[in-house]
Write a protein that binds this ligand. Structure first.
Ligand code: NAG
Ligand code: NAG
Length: 400
């Protein structure tokens, strides 16, 4: 395998990321601990939706790319029904984007739509809101286009009525890494693909306004590497899935003051092995904005920071690592304001079934890369995304 290099697509993406470190007014957000109120905890006012990892989930080099089609292919599939009567679809769950869309049968004549297609002509509750105005472009140049529509969406045993979504008429199987699943984007409406003037409520807001859940929030529990399943819990959190308490930290806005993504301040990285703790961030390290992104497989960081971590682990220059790491007991501790998350070594050697090699859980994003905390971090964290308050609740996940 050739040395680890960055694709032009990743570089382009990183250059487009709108935040600038120096513009952060308040790098360490205030913290408090979320009280375990009975309304937010699992039960009344929440909706639980299981998901499963795509069966052939394998980490390829291109999966280093944040928010790409490839990552969507690798990610977590939820089962939904669209229309009346409901048509079954599998969609990729994505916290990094904000539109929910799926393919029409016409879009799949050349591509293969593994997640299924939606035939609007057989749904009695279908409305075409805006023909030809949906266009989402991913950084590998794959474009998906179609219509904004409205229809009922069934998930987790409930039906949400008149949900704004998009029906893709092109894009299936196109691009370097063919897209075969639609996406359920659960990010902020401010991050929707359309112009700001056309901003519409996302699925989580519809769940609140239709009285199905009681708070504009959800939590994500991915379980460990060995598991093929996880849960998204809309409207609250489930304290059986984490240890200790959820510590709440503010999400950081973009340079223009708008919160568009799940960015939080990361203050330190420490490695622990053989009873010794080593600080893996340089002595001049100051808190950096780090993106929580379930659509990215690994932990991406700037080259200088990556070098320290890779040297400590003895990772190979091609981004692989000795699979024996998984059997050693040690961890990397990620420090945030008032809470730290320990990622065990067993989560940091990701087996590629095809080649029987192991990918290192950290990746070099390039000299000026942003920090992206993808699945190799998120599996160890229980994350409560409180969109209503622009806050993130973090706790150590409990594996099952
Ligand atoms: C879809 O929504 C309509 C109202 O917009 C409702 O009458 C209908 O029962 C819903 N369909 C399903 C399958 O729940
Ligand atoms: C890492 O170590 C430094 C120095 O000992 C300490 O200040 C910091 O709190 C530690 N962070 C974590 C996440 O353990």
């Amino acid at each position: 395998m050739p040395g680890h290099t960055l694709s032009p697509a990743l570089l382009a993406f990183l250059l487009l990321i709108p935040w600038a470190l120096e513009s952060l007014a308040n790098p360490i957000a205030g913290l408090n601990v979320l009280a375990r109120s009975s309304t937010a905890d699992f039960g009344h006012g929440t909706l639980s939706l299981p998901f499963r990892r795509r069966p052939s989930a394998l980490i390829s080099r291109s999966s280093y790319l944040p928010t790409t089609i490839d990552n969507h292919q690798l990610s977590y599939l939820v089962s939904v029904g669209v229309g009346t009567p409901p048509q079954s679809l599998y969609l990729s769950l994505d916290t990094g984007s904000s539109d929910t869309w799926f393919f029409s049968p016409q879009a799949c004549t050349t591509g293969h739509c593994a997640g299924g297609t939606f035939d609007s002509s057989t749904s009695s509750t279908f409305t075409d809101l805006s023909t030809g105005t949906f266009l989402i472009q991913y950084n590998d140049n794959t474009k998906i286009s179609g219509d904004y529509i409205s229809d009922n969406l069934s998930l987790g045993g409930v039906t949400v009525e008149s949900v704004e979504m998009a029906l893709a008429s092109t894009g299936a199987g196109s691009g370097p890494s063919s897209q075969t699943y639609g996406i359920m984007g659960v990010g902020y409406p401010s991050n929707e693909a359309g112009p700001a003037a056309n901003e519409y409520p996302n699925i989580v807001q519809d769940l609140v306004s239709q009285g199905i859940i009681s708070s504009y929030s959800y939590s994500l529990w991915l379980d460990d590497l060995a598991s093929q399943t996880g849960t998204i819990l809309f409207g609250g959190y489930n304290s059986a899935k984490f240890s200790g308490q959820l510590t709440v930290i503010d999400t950081l806005p973009d340079a223009d003051g708008t919160v568009r993504s799940f960015l939080i301040a990361l203050s330190s990285l420490n490695g622990s092995y053989n009873g010794q703790t080593t600080t893996l961030t340089s002595s001049t390290f100051t808190p950096v904005p780090a993106l929580l992104d379930s659509g990215t497989s690994l932990i991406l960081m700037p080259s200088a920071a990556y070098t320290i971590v890779a040297n400590w682990f003895g990772a190979n220059s091609d981004g692989t690592i000795d699979c024996g790491l998984a059997d050693k007991s040690g961890s990397v501790s990620f420090g945030f304001a008032g809470v730290s998350i320990d990622v065990p070594f067993s989560e940091l050697a990701v087996l590629d079934e095809d080649t029987q090699t192991c990918y290192f859980g950290f990746a070099d994003g390039g000299p000026d890369s942003d920090w992206i905390l993808g699945d190799t971090f998120l599996r160890s964290a229980y994350v409560y995304y409180d969109l209503g308050n622009n806050q993130i609740g973090l706790a150590q996940s409990v594996f099952q």
